[in-house]
Design a protein around this ligand. Sequence first.
Ligand code: B12
Ligand code: SF4
Length: 475
Amino acid sequence: MSSKAASSKAKRRVLLLTPPLLQPNTPYPATMYLKAHLDSIGVKCEQVDLSIKVVRDILAQFGGNEAEEILELLSSDAPIESKIEAANWVSDLASGICAEVDEGFGFSRYSEYLCASLRDFKELAKLIRKRGVIDEPLEKHLFLAVQKFRPTEVWVTCPFPGTLVGAFKIASYLSKNFPNIKRVIGGGYVSTELRHMTDKRPYKFFDEFVFDSPIKVPFIAPSYDGIDMQEYFDMPTETDLVSRLWCSGRWKKLQMANGCYWHKCAFCDVRLSYIGKFSMPTPGEIVDAMEGLGDKFHFVDEAMPPTLVRGVCEEILRRNFTCTWWGNVRFDAAFTPELTKLMAKAGCIAVTGGLECACDRLLKLMNKGITLKSAEKVLKAFKASKIGVHAYLMYDFPTETKREFSEAKKYVQSLVSRGLVSTYYWHRFGLTVHSPIYAAPEQFKIEVEPIPKGRLFALNEVGYRKASSRKATKK
Ligand code: B12
Ligand code: SF4
């Protein structure tokens, strides 16, 4: 590297920010990966999770001393029953804030209902301007972070629609108060929804919109430097498996592989690189990272690849490393009773996975690569190994009949009554522009509604009609 290039790198100071609002039980991993990447190429950087700081301030503002005590209890190892009671108190407080002060306030999301299917930047601009409960604490912590670190660049991650307003409020504040700092945004929402952006107005807020990951190596261990895990708190509402996993616990989030090894499901965003471009590291690299991070992990893969899972389990056991973990899978026949037993031995407590329409005709049509029979075999293996299963289900898939849906519901009930599925959730099918269905709608007997002309901000889910009738679907 030339001395000029080295000195320009040395001058760069990147502040990595997580905007409000996200789940409060554990940090979202994007800035940890970005920090590890920037550290590895010698760029000075720091990370701040503004989401947890903002939510704590809001609760303290409206709940006073009682809120402080309750948050302490929710951060502790108190029994689940008392935590549920405490979490209910916090939920009531949050509902009050939402009803009386700021309708956008939701516990792990801000104005998500308005941002989930946004097309026009005008709508977002209104929300950015409108002052709500997050503004004051956000500006306070942002100011402190900028004063302390004096960045030349601020990188904001925006994983979900529920962080969009927070991300743009950060940019708005910086552009007014620290206009010389370069503002960059990236993350799941940006990579998924903003690829077709033609509107120029968002560039008043951010100088750059980055799609996909800037990390080019197959594996990097996330860095939690600067993150105070004591700030996070559980919000369990139920005692069931999913509630325990999603709402409680300081899980360190790790990716086993990049992308999905299957990447063929017709409804999925497989044309995006974070799903469609698959690569995997060695089991040793993953377990090295795990040992350096703690003992509780959530693998945030689209679908953990069975071969890599096997390697990771063998490596965990070879090193006598005691840990607990869970993650998403495809109910792939490769999860044999022998492999699930190995997984349980290596600390796996639960998996989540898509049974989708729970109907063989539709599983074939959507190219899921499983049948109910093959999936049931896999579910039996998980049950025998005492690994809990949460199933994702889908209704309103193109061509699905009422009868198929009703049979699917009965089938899922039978899986639950036989203890093969612990919990499940039905999502409505949504047609997205990055899916194979969008590219070949005729194969699914639908016609896609044209994308309206004019300045476009976000685009992901699109409307469609049944090809045979003119009846429009929801959207
Ligand atoms: C695990 C997961 C979940 C889990 C855990 C969520 C959590 N709070 O941690 C669960 C199942 C609970 C969940 C829920 C939801 N999810 Co989700 N989830 C994922 C998944 C599979 C992995 C997320 C992850 O941790 N990735 C690992 C991190 C490191 O990757 P990353 O955030 O993308 O960051 C990388 C790059 O984007 C980039 N980057 C990130 N930020 C920045 C910033 C800058 C400046 C730069 C340069 C680069 C950069 O570098 C990072 C390192 O490589 C992703 C898909 C995916 N593969 O990413 C969907 C995904 C993020 N989820 C999505 C959605 C929509 C949701 C929900 C809103 C669904 C719903 N309707 O309820 C909720 C919201 C939950 C919430 N409010 O917290 C969408 C978001 C896109 C969109 N349309 O908005 C995604 C992309 C999936 C999809 N295609 O639909 N989710
Ligand atoms: S739905 Fe899941 S298994 Fe199918 S391609 Fe997408 S990520 Fe992979």
